[in-house]
Design a protein around this ligand. Structure first.
Ligand code: COA
Length: 383
Protein backbone atom coordinates (compact mmCIF):
# COMPACT_ATOMS: atom_id res chain seq x y z
CA UNK A 1 0.00 0.00 0.00
CA UNK A 2 1.33 3.44 -0.96
CA UNK A 3 1.71 5.81 2.03
CA UNK A 4 2.14 8.98 -0.02
CA UNK A 5 -0.70 11.39 0.76
CA UNK A 6 -2.24 13.12 -2.29
CA UNK A 7 -4.63 15.66 -0.90
CA UNK A 8 -7.56 16.22 -3.26
CA UNK A 9 -6.35 13.13 -5.18
CA UNK A 10 -4.39 15.57 -7.36
CA UNK A 11 -2.58 13.67 -10.12
CA UNK A 12 -3.73 10.27 -8.80
CA UNK A 13 -4.83 7.74 -11.42
CA UNK A 14 -7.91 5.87 -10.20
CA UNK A 15 -9.41 4.39 -13.36
CA UNK A 16 -8.91 3.82 -17.06
CA UNK A 17 -11.30 5.56 -19.41
CA UNK A 18 -11.79 5.74 -23.16
CA UNK A 19 -14.16 8.71 -23.04
CA UNK A 20 -12.19 11.95 -23.02
CA UNK A 21 -8.53 12.79 -23.22
CA UNK A 22 -7.09 16.15 -22.15
CA UNK A 23 -3.64 17.50 -23.03
CA UNK A 24 -3.33 20.32 -20.51
CA UNK A 25 -0.02 21.63 -21.91
CA UNK A 26 -1.09 21.69 -25.55
CA UNK A 27 -4.64 22.87 -24.72
CA UNK A 28 -6.33 19.96 -26.47
CA UNK A 29 -9.45 17.95 -25.69
CA UNK A 30 -10.63 14.79 -27.44
CA UNK A 31 -13.77 12.67 -27.03
CA UNK A 32 -12.96 9.07 -27.93
CA UNK A 33 -10.09 10.32 -30.07
CA UNK A 34 -12.02 12.98 -31.97
CA UNK A 35 -10.84 16.58 -31.49
CA UNK A 36 -13.40 18.73 -29.70
CA UNK A 37 -13.17 21.35 -32.47
CA UNK A 38 -14.37 18.84 -35.11
CA UNK A 39 -17.17 17.54 -32.90
CA UNK A 40 -18.41 21.04 -32.05
CA UNK A 41 -18.31 22.06 -35.69
CA UNK A 42 -19.56 18.93 -37.45
CA UNK A 43 -21.61 16.84 -35.00
CA UNK A 44 -24.85 17.50 -33.13
CA UNK A 45 -24.99 17.13 -29.35
CA UNK A 46 -27.02 13.94 -29.80
CA UNK A 47 -24.24 12.43 -31.94
CA UNK A 48 -21.79 13.33 -29.18
CA UNK A 49 -24.07 11.70 -26.60
CA UNK A 50 -24.10 8.55 -28.69
CA UNK A 51 -20.33 8.68 -29.15
CA UNK A 52 -19.66 9.01 -25.43
CA UNK A 53 -22.07 6.23 -24.47
CA UNK A 54 -20.99 3.89 -27.25
CA UNK A 55 -17.65 3.17 -28.83
CA UNK A 56 -17.97 5.30 -31.95
CA UNK A 57 -20.04 7.88 -33.79
CA UNK A 58 -23.44 6.57 -34.92
CA UNK A 59 -24.43 5.74 -38.47
CA UNK A 60 -27.48 7.63 -39.72
CA UNK A 61 -29.74 4.67 -38.86
CA UNK A 62 -28.23 4.26 -35.38
CA UNK A 63 -28.66 7.96 -34.70
CA UNK A 64 -32.27 7.90 -35.85
CA UNK A 65 -33.11 5.06 -33.42
CA UNK A 66 -31.19 6.69 -30.60
CA UNK A 67 -32.82 10.08 -31.12
CA UNK A 68 -36.28 8.54 -31.40
CA UNK A 69 -35.89 6.84 -28.02
CA UNK A 70 -34.64 10.02 -26.37
CA UNK A 71 -37.25 12.30 -27.95
CA UNK A 72 -40.07 10.00 -26.80
CA UNK A 73 -38.70 10.11 -23.26
CA UNK A 74 -38.69 13.92 -22.96
CA UNK A 75 -42.06 14.40 -21.26
CA UNK A 76 -42.32 14.19 -17.46
CA UNK A 77 -45.32 13.07 -15.41
CA UNK A 78 -47.55 15.58 -13.56
CA UNK A 79 -46.03 14.53 -10.22
CA UNK A 80 -42.69 16.00 -11.32
CA UNK A 81 -44.34 19.28 -12.27
CA UNK A 82 -46.03 19.36 -8.83
CA UNK A 83 -42.65 18.81 -7.19
CA UNK A 84 -41.07 21.54 -9.32
CA UNK A 85 -43.86 23.95 -8.34
CA UNK A 86 -43.18 23.19 -4.68
CA UNK A 87 -39.45 23.77 -5.16
CA UNK A 88 -40.07 26.96 -7.14
CA UNK A 89 -42.39 28.28 -4.42
CA UNK A 90 -39.75 27.68 -1.77
CA UNK A 91 -37.17 29.66 -3.80
CA UNK A 92 -34.92 26.66 -4.49
CA UNK A 93 -31.91 27.20 -6.81
CA UNK A 94 -32.28 25.53 -10.22
CA UNK A 95 -29.37 23.16 -9.56
CA UNK A 96 -30.96 22.04 -6.27
CA UNK A 97 -34.36 21.65 -7.94
CA UNK A 98 -32.67 19.47 -10.55
CA UNK A 99 -31.04 17.32 -7.85
CA UNK A 100 -34.38 16.75 -6.11
CA UNK A 101 -36.07 15.97 -9.43
CA UNK A 102 -33.59 13.25 -10.39
CA UNK A 103 -34.54 11.33 -7.25
CA UNK A 104 -38.19 11.69 -8.15
CA UNK A 105 -37.63 10.78 -11.82
CA UNK A 106 -36.33 7.40 -10.73
CA UNK A 107 -39.79 6.61 -9.35
CA UNK A 108 -41.33 6.85 -12.83
CA UNK A 109 -38.67 4.79 -14.61
CA UNK A 110 -39.70 1.17 -15.31
CA UNK A 111 -36.05 0.09 -15.12
CA UNK A 112 -35.67 1.26 -11.50
CA UNK A 113 -35.09 -1.73 -9.24
CA UNK A 114 -33.66 -3.90 -12.03
CA UNK A 115 -30.59 -6.08 -11.49
CA UNK A 116 -27.75 -3.64 -10.64
CA UNK A 117 -25.38 -5.49 -12.99
CA UNK A 118 -27.79 -5.15 -15.94
CA UNK A 119 -25.89 -2.56 -17.99
CA UNK A 120 -28.54 -2.46 -20.70
CA UNK A 121 -31.12 -1.33 -18.13
CA UNK A 122 -28.59 1.23 -16.84
CA UNK A 123 -28.11 2.51 -20.40
CA UNK A 124 -31.85 3.07 -20.81
CA UNK A 125 -32.02 4.88 -17.48
CA UNK A 126 -29.18 7.15 -18.60
CA UNK A 127 -30.96 8.02 -21.84
CA UNK A 128 -34.15 8.83 -20.01
CA UNK A 129 -32.32 11.06 -17.51
CA UNK A 130 -30.55 13.04 -20.22
CA UNK A 131 -33.79 13.29 -22.21
CA UNK A 132 -35.75 14.66 -19.25
CA UNK A 133 -33.21 17.11 -17.80
CA UNK A 134 -34.07 19.90 -20.30
CA UNK A 135 -37.80 19.42 -19.64
CA UNK A 136 -37.33 19.59 -15.88
CA UNK A 137 -35.15 22.70 -16.01
CA UNK A 138 -37.28 24.62 -18.47
CA UNK A 139 -40.44 23.76 -16.51
CA UNK A 140 -38.84 24.81 -13.23
CA UNK A 141 -37.81 28.17 -14.61
CA UNK A 142 -41.24 28.84 -16.08
CA UNK A 143 -43.05 27.79 -12.90
CA UNK A 144 -40.98 30.15 -10.75
CA UNK A 145 -41.84 32.95 -13.18
CA UNK A 146 -45.54 32.12 -12.76
CA UNK A 147 -45.83 30.60 -16.25
CA UNK A 148 -47.19 27.24 -17.39
CA UNK A 149 -44.56 24.68 -18.43
CA UNK A 150 -44.27 24.10 -22.19
CA UNK A 151 -44.61 20.50 -23.39
CA UNK A 152 -41.51 19.15 -25.17
CA UNK A 153 -41.59 18.84 -28.96
CA UNK A 154 -40.31 15.67 -30.60
CA UNK A 155 -39.51 17.37 -33.91
CA UNK A 156 -36.74 19.56 -32.44
CA UNK A 157 -33.18 18.63 -31.47
CA UNK A 158 -32.36 18.57 -27.76
CA UNK A 159 -30.79 22.05 -27.71
CA UNK A 160 -33.54 23.71 -29.78
CA UNK A 161 -36.24 21.97 -27.76
CA UNK A 162 -34.77 23.23 -24.49
CA UNK A 163 -34.77 26.86 -25.70
CA UNK A 164 -38.29 26.33 -27.03
CA UNK A 165 -39.54 24.97 -23.69
CA UNK A 166 -37.79 27.76 -21.78
CA UNK A 167 -39.07 30.67 -23.85
CA UNK A 168 -42.26 29.22 -25.31
CA UNK A 169 -41.21 30.16 -28.86
CA UNK A 170 -39.13 28.27 -31.37
CA UNK A 171 -35.55 29.55 -31.24
CA UNK A 172 -33.64 31.15 -34.08
CA UNK A 173 -31.70 28.30 -35.79
CA UNK A 174 -28.37 30.07 -35.15
CA UNK A 175 -29.16 30.32 -31.41
CA UNK A 176 -30.10 26.64 -31.29
CA UNK A 177 -26.91 25.67 -33.11
CA UNK A 178 -24.72 27.73 -30.77
CA UNK A 179 -26.42 26.24 -27.71
CA UNK A 180 -26.00 22.75 -29.18
CA UNK A 181 -22.25 23.38 -29.50
CA UNK A 182 -22.05 24.68 -25.92
CA UNK A 183 -23.68 21.44 -24.74
CA UNK A 184 -21.15 19.40 -26.74
CA UNK A 185 -18.26 21.32 -25.20
CA UNK A 186 -19.44 20.62 -21.64
CA UNK A 187 -20.43 16.97 -22.19
CA UNK A 188 -17.34 15.36 -20.69
CA UNK A 189 -14.04 16.35 -19.13
CA UNK A 190 -12.21 13.44 -17.54
CA UNK A 191 -12.59 12.62 -13.87
CA UNK A 192 -13.66 16.03 -12.57
CA UNK A 193 -15.26 16.15 -9.09
CA UNK A 194 -18.86 15.51 -10.17
CA UNK A 195 -17.92 12.71 -12.60
CA UNK A 196 -15.79 11.05 -9.98
CA UNK A 197 -18.66 11.38 -7.49
CA UNK A 198 -20.95 9.62 -9.96
CA UNK A 199 -18.36 6.85 -10.34
CA UNK A 200 -17.93 6.41 -6.57
CA UNK A 201 -21.68 5.96 -6.18
CA UNK A 202 -21.87 3.72 -9.28
CA UNK A 203 -19.04 1.56 -7.93
CA UNK A 204 -21.33 0.46 -5.08
CA UNK A 205 -23.67 -0.82 -7.86
CA UNK A 206 -26.23 1.80 -6.90
CA UNK A 207 -28.31 2.67 -9.98
CA UNK A 208 -27.70 5.51 -12.43
CA UNK A 209 -30.28 7.77 -10.76
CA UNK A 210 -28.33 7.62 -7.51
CA UNK A 211 -25.05 8.34 -9.31
CA UNK A 212 -26.53 11.30 -11.16
CA UNK A 213 -28.23 12.71 -8.05
CA UNK A 214 -24.87 12.69 -6.24
CA UNK A 215 -23.11 14.18 -9.26
CA UNK A 216 -25.56 17.09 -9.46
CA UNK A 217 -24.92 17.69 -5.75
CA UNK A 218 -21.16 17.75 -6.37
CA UNK A 219 -21.55 20.22 -9.22
CA UNK A 220 -23.58 22.59 -7.06
CA UNK A 221 -20.52 23.70 -5.07
CA UNK A 222 -18.83 26.98 -6.05
CA UNK A 223 -15.46 25.34 -6.70
CA UNK A 224 -16.89 23.25 -9.53
CA UNK A 225 -19.80 24.79 -11.45
CA UNK A 226 -20.70 28.44 -11.31
CA UNK A 227 -17.74 30.41 -12.66
CA UNK A 228 -19.61 31.41 -15.84
CA UNK A 229 -22.30 32.98 -13.68
CA UNK A 230 -19.56 34.91 -11.85
CA UNK A 231 -18.16 36.09 -15.19
CA UNK A 232 -21.56 37.30 -16.35
CA UNK A 233 -22.21 39.05 -13.04
CA UNK A 234 -18.85 40.81 -13.50
CA UNK A 235 -19.82 41.90 -17.03
CA UNK A 236 -23.12 43.27 -15.77
CA UNK A 237 -21.28 45.17 -13.03
CA UNK A 238 -18.92 46.66 -15.60
CA UNK A 239 -21.85 47.52 -17.84
CA UNK A 240 -23.83 49.24 -15.11
CA UNK A 241 -20.89 50.85 -13.27
CA UNK A 242 -18.57 53.80 -13.93
CA UNK A 243 -15.41 51.75 -14.61
CA UNK A 244 -14.14 50.46 -17.96
CA UNK A 245 -13.49 46.71 -18.19
CA UNK A 246 -9.75 47.34 -17.76
CA UNK A 247 -10.23 49.60 -14.73
CA UNK A 248 -12.61 47.07 -13.20
CA UNK A 249 -10.16 44.20 -13.58
CA UNK A 250 -7.31 46.29 -12.11
CA UNK A 251 -9.43 46.88 -9.01
CA UNK A 252 -10.21 43.17 -8.73
CA UNK A 253 -6.52 42.26 -9.04
CA UNK A 254 -5.54 44.91 -6.46
CA UNK A 255 -7.97 43.36 -4.00
CA UNK A 256 -6.15 40.02 -4.48
CA UNK A 257 -9.18 38.22 -5.84
CA UNK A 258 -9.12 35.57 -8.54
CA UNK A 259 -10.44 36.26 -12.00
CA UNK A 260 -13.55 34.15 -12.66
CA UNK A 261 -13.26 32.13 -15.85
CA UNK A 262 -9.46 32.04 -15.69
CA UNK A 263 -7.22 29.17 -14.57
CA UNK A 264 -7.79 25.46 -14.59
CA UNK A 265 -6.48 22.51 -12.61
CA UNK A 266 -5.73 20.58 -15.82
CA UNK A 267 -4.93 23.22 -18.48
CA UNK A 268 -1.77 25.30 -18.28
CA UNK A 269 -2.73 27.16 -21.45
CA UNK A 270 -5.95 28.50 -22.95
CA UNK A 271 -8.76 25.95 -22.64
CA UNK A 272 -9.63 24.78 -26.19
CA UNK A 273 -13.32 25.15 -25.37
CA UNK A 274 -12.81 28.86 -24.63
CA UNK A 275 -11.55 29.41 -28.17
CA UNK A 276 -14.62 27.78 -29.71
CA UNK A 277 -17.01 29.61 -27.38
CA UNK A 278 -15.32 32.92 -28.16
CA UNK A 279 -15.99 32.48 -31.86
CA UNK A 280 -19.56 31.32 -31.15
CA UNK A 281 -20.12 34.41 -29.01
CA UNK A 282 -18.87 36.51 -31.94
CA UNK A 283 -21.37 34.74 -34.21
CA UNK A 284 -24.20 35.29 -31.74
CA UNK A 285 -23.21 38.93 -31.21
CA UNK A 286 -23.31 39.50 -34.97
CA UNK A 287 -26.75 37.97 -35.13
CA UNK A 288 -28.12 40.02 -32.25
CA UNK A 289 -26.11 43.07 -33.37
CA UNK A 290 -24.94 43.46 -29.79
CA UNK A 291 -21.19 43.11 -29.50
CA UNK A 292 -20.59 44.87 -26.22
CA UNK A 293 -20.38 41.74 -24.02
CA UNK A 294 -17.80 40.30 -26.39
CA UNK A 295 -15.87 43.57 -26.36
CA UNK A 296 -15.71 43.62 -22.53
CA UNK A 297 -14.41 40.05 -22.53
CA UNK A 298 -11.82 40.83 -25.20
CA UNK A 299 -10.65 43.92 -23.26
CA UNK A 300 -10.31 41.81 -20.12
CA UNK A 301 -8.41 39.07 -21.93
CA UNK A 302 -6.07 41.54 -23.64
CA UNK A 303 -5.27 43.28 -20.35
CA UNK A 304 -4.76 40.04 -18.40
CA UNK A 305 -2.58 38.64 -21.17
CA UNK A 306 -0.51 41.63 -22.26
CA UNK A 307 -0.29 43.76 -19.10
CA UNK A 308 -0.65 41.26 -16.24
CA UNK A 309 0.92 38.28 -18.04
CA UNK A 310 -1.34 35.68 -16.40
CA UNK A 311 -0.82 33.10 -19.21
CA UNK A 312 2.92 33.11 -18.41
CA UNK A 313 1.92 31.71 -14.99
CA UNK A 314 -0.17 29.02 -16.68
CA UNK A 315 -3.43 30.87 -15.96
CA UNK A 316 -5.57 31.44 -19.05
CA UNK A 317 -9.27 31.66 -20.03
CA UNK A 318 -11.23 28.51 -19.29
CA UNK A 319 -14.56 27.21 -20.64
CA UNK A 320 -16.49 29.55 -18.34
CA UNK A 321 -15.00 32.80 -19.61
CA UNK A 322 -17.08 33.06 -22.79
CA UNK A 323 -20.03 30.74 -22.07
CA UNK A 324 -21.81 33.06 -19.61
CA UNK A 325 -22.27 35.82 -22.20
CA UNK A 326 -23.61 33.26 -24.68
CA UNK A 327 -26.21 31.92 -22.25
CA UNK A 328 -27.14 35.45 -21.23
CA UNK A 329 -27.72 36.47 -24.85
CA UNK A 330 -29.82 33.33 -25.33
CA UNK A 331 -32.08 34.62 -22.56
CA UNK A 332 -31.09 32.02 -19.99
CA UNK A 333 -31.31 33.35 -16.40
CA UNK A 334 -27.93 33.63 -14.65
CA UNK A 335 -28.78 31.23 -11.84
CA UNK A 336 -29.60 28.54 -14.42
CA UNK A 337 -26.03 28.42 -15.79
CA UNK A 338 -24.81 25.71 -13.41
CA UNK A 339 -27.93 23.65 -14.04
CA UNK A 340 -27.29 23.96 -17.80
CA UNK A 341 -23.81 22.63 -17.13
CA UNK A 342 -25.40 19.66 -15.30
CA UNK A 343 -27.76 19.08 -18.23
CA UNK A 344 -24.82 18.68 -20.55
CA UNK A 345 -22.39 16.97 -18.15
CA UNK A 346 -24.99 14.30 -17.35
CA UNK A 347 -23.62 12.74 -20.56
CA UNK A 348 -20.19 12.33 -19.03
CA UNK A 349 -21.52 11.21 -15.65
CA UNK A 350 -23.61 8.46 -17.21
CA UNK A 351 -20.89 7.47 -19.70
CA UNK A 352 -18.27 7.09 -16.98
CA UNK A 353 -20.60 5.15 -14.68
CA UNK A 354 -21.48 2.72 -17.48
CA UNK A 355 -17.83 2.35 -18.43
CA UNK A 356 -16.72 1.79 -14.84
CA UNK A 357 -19.51 -0.63 -13.97
CA UNK A 358 -18.60 -2.77 -16.98
CA UNK A 359 -15.41 -3.67 -15.07
CA UNK A 360 -16.43 -2.63 -11.59
CA UNK A 361 -14.38 -2.37 -8.42
CA UNK A 362 -15.73 -0.67 -5.33
CA UNK A 363 -13.97 2.70 -4.90
CA UNK A 364 -12.66 2.83 -1.38
CA UNK A 365 -9.54 4.97 -0.72
CA UNK A 366 -7.94 5.34 2.70
CA UNK A 367 -7.13 8.30 4.90
CA UNK A 368 -4.06 8.76 7.11
CA UNK A 369 -5.07 8.69 10.78
CA UNK A 370 -3.76 11.71 12.75
CA UNK A 371 -5.96 11.44 15.89
CA UNK A 372 -4.92 10.56 19.48
CA UNK A 373 -2.86 7.43 20.30
CA UNK A 374 -4.64 4.31 21.59
CA UNK A 375 -6.22 5.05 24.98
CA UNK A 376 -8.47 3.55 27.65
CA UNK A 377 -12.19 4.21 27.46
CA UNK A 378 -13.33 6.50 30.31
CA UNK A 379 -16.85 5.83 31.68
CA UNK A 380 -19.12 8.90 31.61
CA UNK A 381 -19.20 9.37 35.40
CA UNK A 382 -15.36 9.53 35.50
CA UNK A 383 -14.91 12.16 32.75
N1 COA B 1 -7.02 34.61 -11.27
C1 COA B 1 -5.83 35.03 -10.84
N2 COA B 1 -4.83 34.21 -10.47
C2 COA B 1 -5.07 32.89 -10.53
C3 COA B 1 -6.30 32.39 -10.98
C4 COA B 1 -7.29 33.29 -11.35
N3 COA B 1 -8.48 32.87 -11.77
N4 COA B 1 -6.24 31.02 -10.94
C5 COA B 1 -5.03 30.69 -10.48
N5 COA B 1 -4.32 31.83 -10.23
C6 COA B 1 -2.97 31.90 -9.71
C7 COA B 1 -2.95 31.64 -8.22
O1 COA B 1 -3.12 32.82 -7.48
C8 COA B 1 -1.60 31.02 -8.02
O2 COA B 1 -0.64 32.08 -8.03
P1 COA B 1 0.65 32.02 -7.06
O3 COA B 1 1.40 30.76 -7.48
O4 COA B 1 1.37 33.28 -7.36
O5 COA B 1 0.09 31.91 -5.68
C9 COA B 1 -1.39 30.21 -9.30
O6 COA B 1 -2.22 30.83 -10.28
C10 COA B 1 -1.78 28.73 -9.16
O7 COA B 1 -3.06 28.66 -8.51
P2 COA B 1 -3.68 27.31 -7.95
O8 COA B 1 -4.80 27.64 -7.01
O9 COA B 1 -2.60 26.42 -7.46
O10 COA B 1 -4.28 26.70 -9.28
P3 COA B 1 -5.30 25.52 -9.37
O11 COA B 1 -4.95 24.81 -10.61
O12 COA B 1 -5.41 24.73 -8.15
O13 COA B 1 -6.69 26.33 -9.51
C11 COA B 1 -8.85 26.94 -10.17
C12 COA B 1 -7.62 26.05 -10.46
C13 COA B 1 -9.88 26.67 -11.25
C14 COA B 1 -9.46 26.56 -8.79
C15 COA B 1 -8.43 28.42 -10.17
O14 COA B 1 -7.77 28.73 -11.38
C16 COA B 1 -9.60 29.38 -9.95
O15 COA B 1 -9.99 29.61 -8.79
N6 COA B 1 -10.15 29.96 -11.06
C17 COA B 1 -11.26 30.89 -10.98
C18 COA B 1 -12.58 30.14 -10.88
C19 COA B 1 -12.93 29.43 -12.17
O16 COA B 1 -12.87 29.98 -13.25
N7 COA B 1 -13.34 28.16 -12.02
C20 COA B 1 -13.80 27.36 -13.14
C21 COA B 1 -12.79 26.35 -13.56
S1 COA B 1 -13.33 25.50 -15.00
Amino acid sequence: MTTELKKGLEGVLVAESALSDIDGDAGELYYRGYPIEALAEEATYEEVLYLLWNEDLPTAAELADFEAEMREARAVKPGIIDLLQLLADSGERPISALRSSVSMLSAEDPATGSDPTDLEAARHMGRRISAKFPTVLAAFDRLRRGKEPVEPREDLGLAANFLYMLHGTEPDPVDAEIFDKALTLHADHGLNASTFTAMVVGSTLADVYNSVTAAVAALSGPLHGGANQDVMEALLEIDEGPLTATEWIKELLDSGERIPGWGHRVYNVRDPRAKILESELRRLSNRTEDCHWLEYLEDLETHLTEEVGLPEKGVAPNVDFYSGAIYYQLGIPLDMFTAIFAMSRSTGWIGHVLEYQADNKLIRPRGRYIGPDRREFVPIEER
